[in-house]
Design a protein around this ligand. Structure first.
Ligand SMILES: C[S@@+](CC[C@H](N)C(=O)[O-])C[C@H]1O[C@@H](n2cnc3c(N)ncnc32)[C@H](O)[C@@H]1O
Length: 240
């Protein structure tokens, strides 16, 4: 049997892939994170072993090495294991580390991509991350950098001219905004923060780069910086 690294999508259970839903419904073990919706967890077999390895920003409830070990141990027993991760497993989900641990232990695994919040949360607020002739690229970047590891070059990002999508950025947004401004972005550059995107709790906050640091953002939010952040295609009137 196999360990399946399954992307749960951004929150709306309807945005889980068909293959992901099939695998959850047949798994003997489901290992999941904090942001996984109850509706998706309810797809699991009544007799499935449900293991919560949830993490919160700022501290870790279970070290990554322990999560890797759970996946390896359960995988070696030969039952079907689903490792559910919010959004896409390989977009800031540490899915790459889990895949590497399984590979090293000789446990078969498969990655089932999910819809990432980096695209789905802006879309749920009417924001396209690219737009013909206006936003020719988008960069997805973490706002939560580990001290001592590779650091984001925010000043260089400011020069791309494309959309910047920041995940896990709420806690450091004032510093990030200051660095993007230092890199040349204008103070009036539009910013949107989409909290709990695609869920019934969704909240959208619109501001500017000059003011985002004091705008009262809350987690979990996807932060969009760039001209597209001023758009709301869901509520745009015909002819506008
Ligand atoms: C550890 S990262 C995981 C990202 C995930 N793998 C993905 O592809 O969406 C968690 C961050 O994703 C963003 N996020 C996840 N779900 C979200 C949602 N429903 N609405 C807005 N942002 C979300 C937030 O920035 C949150 O801090």
């Amino acid at each position: 049997m196999t360990v399946y690294l399954v992307g749960a999508g951004p929150g709306d259970p309807g945005l889980l892939t068909v293959r992901g839903a099939q695998l959850i419904a047949s798994a003997a073990v489901v290992v999941y994170d904090r942001l996984t919706s109850a509706e998706i967890l309810a797809l699991a077999r009544p007799d499935a072993e449900m293991i919560d390895v949830g993490k919160r920003a700022g501290y870790v409830t279970m070290p990554q090495s322990d999560i890797n070990q759970i996946l390896v141990d359960r995988g070696l027993t030969g039952v079907s294991v689903v490792r559910l991760k919010g959004g896409d497993p390989y977009v800031f989900g540490r899915g790459g580390e889990e895949a590497a641990a399984l590979l090293e232990a000789g446990v078969a695994f498969e990655n089932i991509p999910g819809i990432t919040s980096a695209i789905a949360a802006p879309a749920a607020a009417g924001i396209p991350v690219t737009l013909r002739n206006e936003a020719l690229s988008f960069t997805v970047v973490t706002g939560h950098e580990d001290p001592g590891s590779a650091q984001v070059n925010w000043e260089a990002l400011a020069q791309t001219g494309g959309t910047i999508v920041i995940l896990m950025g709420v806690g450091r947004i004032a510093k990030i905004a200051a660095r993007l401004l230092a890199g040349g972005l204008a103070p009036h550059t539009p910013v949107a923060a989409i909290r709990w995107g695609t869920t019934p709790q969704q909240e959208v906050l619109r501001t500017t780069l000059a003011e985002v640091g004091t705008a009262g953002l809350e987690s979990p939010s996807t932060i969009v910086v760039g001209n597209v952040a001023a758009l709301d295609l869901l509520h745009r009137q015909p002819g506008q």
